[in-house]
Design a protein around this ligand. Structure first.
Ligand code: KIV
Ligand code: ZN
Length: 391
């Protein structure tokens, strides 16, 4: 049976760029967009064209260079926004306008001082207007995570009636639990008239650390697009991390869900985004953190040296990392020391290893991590140094 394709909608250049202090210029946005295209994402949300002349230029420039992916511009449900976005994506091979409005009672009451009926009408008009410029229109129901399902279904019906091709169901505040978010998607699949004419999209924020879990539950329940950012960057606690959802689907083939992403480019893409935005990725970040494939405790190291799969569920090469790292600390064992010593040129017998290991522990208790130059020093100051042969 062939797998269902999940569209990867990358919003690093829009939602991701909303991180304070991480604004990108046009040249940087173009460089990252070209890399995302190479990575194989299906949609690149390049910016919010009405927000500033610079962002308008960036979205236009990205539209010119992207070869394969759809290029998308964000708008509010406001005519002028839609006109400006339409102009910005005009030269894209596959243009999309992403328009929408807040649908939770809190947004309706406090942001718009409107009624539910008025929001239904504004949603319809915005999609209809966007449709007069481009065929591909995505509608977002902002704060859908806290919007009552019955009303959300009515909003979705209006958007489909007006011609929306994708319905984005954002958990804008990162509030939902995976089972609640999944149930929301299931409810919409089962109750929205005309849903067969559109696809549902997951857009989850990470305020409770649940963005990846929610997005995965969303696609299990029938959504066919995930909106995400490289390294999970985004406002507050960020968005769903692209590298996480892509690898979850790859590592769990029985879900029968697949993406077109070339996973071997994940690590270099992560590094590129981190450098341009000036945000360092936490070492323990899943998939792309510097410790994601590093082993430092003796028990784990011994297992990994015997067979990588004892403590790794992903082959580092699959995400573009050359090899697993055996890190030497005071918690490391003999197997790791022998392995690293061999890498820097020493073949140790069992007896020599015992001797060198005792010396190593004295060093390691004084240092956080033992590097290659320390290994030379440890071996050269061991009693058995004269007997050790080069590997
Ligand atoms: O989180 C959100 O609701 C959004 C929308 C503007 C799509 O980013
Ligand atoms: Zn968002």
């Amino acid at each position: 049976m062939s797998k269902s394709q999940i569209q990867i909608f990358d919003t690093t250049l829009r939602d991701g760029e909303q991180v304070p202090g991480c604004k990108l210029n046009t040249e940087q946005k173009v460089t990252i967009a070209e890399q995302l295209d190479l990575l194989g994402v299906d949609v690149i949300e390049a910016g919010f064209p009405i927000s500033s002349p610079g962002d308008f230029s960036s979205v236009s420039a990205v539209s010119e260079v992207v070869k394969n992916a759809t290029v998308c511009g964000l708008t509010r449900a406001v005519e002028k926004d839609i006109e400006v976005a339409a102009e910005a994506v005009r030269n894209a091979k596959k243009p999309r306008i992403h328009t929408g409005i807040g649908t939770s009672d809190s947004h309706i009451k406090f942001k718009f001082q409107a009624t539910r009926e008025e929001i239904l009408e504004r949603a319809f008009r915005a999609v209809k207007y966007a449709k007069s410029f481009v065929e591909d229109v995505e509608f977002y129901a902002e704060d859908a995570g806290r919007t009552e399902n019955e009303y959300l279904a009515r909003v979705c019906e209006q958007a489909i009636k007006a011609g929306a091709t994708v319905l984005n169901i954002p958990d804008t505040t990162g509030y939902c639990l995976p089972n609640e978010y999944g149930a929301k998607i299931k409810y919409l699949k089962e109750n929205v008239k005309g849903i067969e004419n559109a696809i549902l999209s997951c857009h989850c924020h990470n305020d409770l650390g649940l963005a990846t879990a929610n997005s995965i539950e969303g696609v299990i329940q029938g959504a066919r697009q995930i909106e995400c950012t490289i390294n999970g960057i985004g406002e507050r606690a960020g968005n769903t991390a692209l590298e996480e959802v892509v690898m979850v689907l790859k590592q769990h083939p029985y879900l029968d869900l697949d993406t077109r992403v070339n996973t071997t480019l994940l690590y270099e893409t992560s590094q590129m985004v981190s450098q341009h935005m000036g945000i360092y990725t936490q070492p323990n970040k899943a998939i792309v953190g510097s410790n994601a494939f590093a082993h430092s405790s003796g028990i784990h190291q011994d297992g990994v040296i015997k067979n990588r799969e004892t403590y790794e569920i992903i082959d580092p090469k699959d995400v573009g990392v050359t090899e697993s790292a055996i890190v030497l600390t005071a918690r490391s064992g003999r197997a790791a020391l022998a392995y690293r010593a061999k890498k820097v040129g020493y073949e140790l017998t069992k007896l020599q290893l015992d001797e060198v290991y005792a010396n190593f522990l004295n060093f390691a208790d004084r240092k956080k991590e033992i590097k290659d130059n320390d290994i030379h020093q440890i071996i050269e100051t061991s009693k058995v140094f004269d007997q050790i042969v080069s590997a």
